[in-house]
Design a protein around this ligand. Structure first.
Ligand code: TYC
Length: 101
């Protein structure tokens, strides 16, 4: 015979939502030196020299480039760090974040 406690037990449905991801976007400007942009990408986004150069060049030519995708907090922190690195050195370098579709 079935155990009545088992019969009465409500089914537990566990739904684990994946964390929403945010893009960090590098914006072009006319003043920040290319080498500075590349150095920031290497340091803050842990890119190789070639990766950093490619991202910098795409932003330079197209106006913007997606740098990487992270959880909200990490994306916002990295964008802030990158933008602050520019300000500290007197450059208008800007990183923004955008929620992934
Ligand atoms: N356009 C800048 C220059 O010619 C270089 C640059 C590239 C700046 C990418 C920002 O996101 C950027 N010095």
């Amino acid at each position: 015979m079935s155990d009545p406690t088992t019969l009465l037990k409500p089914k537990t449905v566990t739904k684990t939502e994946r964390p929403k991801l945010y893009k960090v976007i590098l914006l072009n400007d006319d003043f920040t030196p290319r080498e500075f942009v590349t150095a920031v990408l290497k340091r803050i986004f842990r890119m190789t020299r070639d990766e950093a150069y490619g991202v910098m060049l795409t932003a330079h030519q197209k106006g913007a480039c997606v740098v990487a995708v992270y959880t909200k907090e990490v994306a916002e922190e990295k964008a802030k760090e990158g933008t602050e690195a520019g300000r500290t050195n007197g450059f208008p370098l800007t990183f923004t974040t955008e929620k992934e579709a």
